[in-house]
Design a protein around this ligand. Structure first.
Ligand code: WTA
Length: 640
């Protein structure tokens, strides 16, 4: 699609915008002073003495400052007289609802904090959270924050095996889970997987929320029900104030190896940038807006734009438990209509799914409350951008395409809705206070019109502070590629157009992006080779019209394994779901006799991607044996 239109911000939005063009000027005049100004949006029990200590690649922000993140997200709003304001309109998938005001949120968080303390949680202890999208997920995260105990939320769609690896890496002592959640019209269990994951690890207690009411195994000496332990606690809890660099959470994300990285975020800088970006990019007016981020709290988007950013800004928000197609495909639009949602933040893959379902669905609901739309997780193609604006935003709303990562903690590149003329498909400009560039392989910035690697050239408040337990990997993964220049390497390709606006082009490493979820090729490969019938496996991300990329696996079976066809493919797909989680299931598994390798034995994924995308093959001259590709192509009809 050739799309040259530009969409100027609506006049009403410009007139009342939270952030104007002056912010860019202020930030470029003095970047550190700009972030100090933003940090003053928070309540500090003691002000910081140094805004930034930068010993590349290690940053410390707002050192000497003391704050409590949960107090900033909850208590201070109640203290300021907003206790009756709704914090969360929660909508369960079966249609049950809960309305949680800030006063109620404060009580729930305090009770949960008291319960965690009773269960032995102390500042610095890691707490695992494996929950569906229910309010207790938010209560639990904030209770941990209140106690200075870093949480590590694991997406409920991950397998027992994936949860166990994370428990062990984080050396967590407490696990918070539920009997299950509702998904696609049915209860979907979590407790059995939680038990399997916890067995034999350092987990001492398991706190279980009752959500579905289904019977679940219960270890009397280890497990406790949330309603037994939390509900009887006093609703008062005296907060402790922590150093700005107190660890707030560890969130695991896929890298280029089979072992996920525990991305560590701390308190003061993270909350400053989460709150500022939410205020600036979504233009939130706490007294009138109804905000909805349709992500899961298991991903960084849920951390920064359901929990920390919006609550620090006193948002009224919607939280939804289920899938967009249950009980019908108009569910999202029904929710927007019901709560008069004014700001919606979702992923391109979801938008493309809605496009496939047809224009009539959203047209059947009153979406006139929407004034701003956001997109995150993967590049948004101009067709999807325009459809989103026209069919969801009524042709009125700006669409902000926000680029960031688990590692960056908060939005880095995005239009400002009251300032920027939006360009469909482009994330456009670094936010005020953020320094991004596109460089060539030698680290030299490319001119307008050029393409290369996206880098961040200055430290930012919400930047990751490291990889849990592995400082070497932190320096190596992000800071070694452009060590000479001292740039952070994001792992994304990008180009600058003639106006200097940024266009993100996807990952340049072995990380796939499937429906906005990061999955490493090596992680799926090691899951496949852990199956007794698989000798070797190579995995690529092939372009997919809905999910961005789809996982295509090429496997060599061991002697004695049943030959090609659908049966082993189905078995292997299930095996990957068991090892990692259903999100990592290959879309397609091709049984092949050989894999294309270079003379040094490296698998040439580029060629496999050509096969997976039905393209004619690229250069095969570096292959050790170029006839391999003929063998693979000959096997294609055996695909499942
Ligand atoms: C991709 C999600 C293009 C990118 C917040 C990045 C995007 C990875 C965009 C991080 C966007 C995220 N346009 N690509 N607006 N947003 N990405 O850690 O490849 O789950 O490196 O964080 O998603 O994924 P993560």
């Amino acid at each position: 699609m050739h799309e040259n239109r530009r969409f100027a911000p609506p006049a009403a939005l410009v007139a009342a915008a939270n952030v104007t063009a002056d912010a860019y000027a202020a930030a470029s005049a003095d970047r550190i002073a700009f972030w100090e100004e933003q940090a003053r949006r928070l309540d500090w029990a003691r002000p910081w003495t140094t805004a930034l200590e930068w010993e590349p690649p290690f940053a410390r922000w707002f050192t000497g400052g003391l704050l409590n993140v949960a107090v900033n997200a909850v208590d201070r709003h109640v203290d300021a007289g907003h206790g009756d304001q709704v914090a969360i309109h929660w909508e369960g998938e079966p249609g049950d609802t809960r309305t949680i005001t800030y006063a109620r949120l404060k009580d729930e968080v305090c009770k949960a904090a008291n319960a965690l303390a009773e269960l032995g949680v102390r500042a610095g202890d890691r707490v695992m959270i494996y929950l569906p999208m229910i309010p207790e997920a938010v209560f639990a995260m904030l209770a941990c924050a209140r106690l200075g105990a870093p949480h590590s939320v694991v997406f409920g769609g991950f397998s027992a095996e994936a949860l166990r690896n994370r428990i062990e890496d984080a050396q967590a002592r407490l696990l918070i889970t539920a009997d299950g959640g509702f998904r696609r019209g049915r209860p979907s269990g979590l407790k059995a997987a939680a038990d399997e994951a916890a067995a034999g690890t350092g987990i001492e207690r398991v706190l279980v929320v009752r959500r579905t009411g289904e019977a679940v195994p219960f270890a009397e000496d280890r497990d406790v029900w949330w309603h037994d332990v939390v509900d009887r606690q006093p609703a008062a809890h005296v907060p402790e104030y922590f150093d700005a660099e107190q660890p707030l959470f560890i969130l695991y994300t896929s890298g280029t190896t089979a072992k996920p990285k525990g991305i560590l975020h701390t308190s003061g800088g993270y909350l400053t940038q989460a709150a500022y970006t939410h205020h600036a990019v979504f233009d939130l007016k706490p007294d009138t807006d109804v905000y909805w981020c349709a992500a899961d709290v298991g991903w960084v988007t849920g951390h920064s734009y359901i929990v920390y950013g919006p609550l620090a800004n006193r948002a009224t928000q919607v939280m939804y438990e289920g899938t967009p197609d249950t009980p019908h495909r108009g569910r999202f639009w029904e929710i927007v209509q019901k709560y008069r949602v004014s700001i919606l933040y979702t992923a391109p893959t979801t938008i493309r799914t809605f496009m496939k379902w047809g224009d009539d669905l959203p047209a059947g609901f009153d979406l006139s409350s929407l004034r701003l739309l956001g997109s995150v997780g993967e590049p948004i193609n101009p067709e999807a951008w325009i459809w989103y604006r026209d069919h969801i935003g009524g042709g009125r709303t700006p669409v902000v395409d926000t680029w960031w990562q688990t590692e960056t903690g908060a939005i880095m590149i995005s239009p400002l809705p009251g300032v920027t003329d939006c360009k469909p498909g482009s994330a456009q400009v670094a936010l005020p206070g953020i320094a991004a560039d596109v460089v060539d392989g030698g680290g030299v910035p490319v001119p307008d019109g050029g393409g290369g690697y996206l880098v961040l050239t200055e430290p930012w408040p919400a930047m990751l502070r490291g990889i849990w337990g592995d400082p070497g990997r932190y320096a190596d993964t992000y800071w070694s590629r452009f060590a000479e220049q001292g740039y952070y390497f994001a792992g994304d390709g990008a180009k600058k157009d003639q106006d200097g606006d940024l266009w993100l082009l996807g990952r340049v490493d072995d990380v796939m992006n499937v429906s906005g979820h990061r999955i490493s090729t090596t992680e799926v490969e090691s899951a496949l080779v852990s199956h007794p019938h698989v000798a070797e496996a190579a995995v690529v991300g092939a372009t997919d019209p809905t999910t961005g990329q789809g996982i295509v696996a090429f496997v060599i079976l061991r002697g004695g394994a049943p030959d090609g066809g659908a049966a082993p493919a189905a078995e292997l797909r299930d095996h990957v779901a068991r090892e990692i989680g259903p999100i990592a299931k290959p879309r397609q598994i091709l049984v092949v006799p050989e894999l294309p390798k270079t003379r040094s034995g490296k698998i040439m994924r580029r060629l496999l991607r050509d096969v997976a995308e039905n393209r004619s093959l690229g250069d095969v001259t570096t292959l050790q044996d170029s006839s391999v590709m003929d063998l693979i192509s000959a096997r294609l009809p055996a695909a499942s």
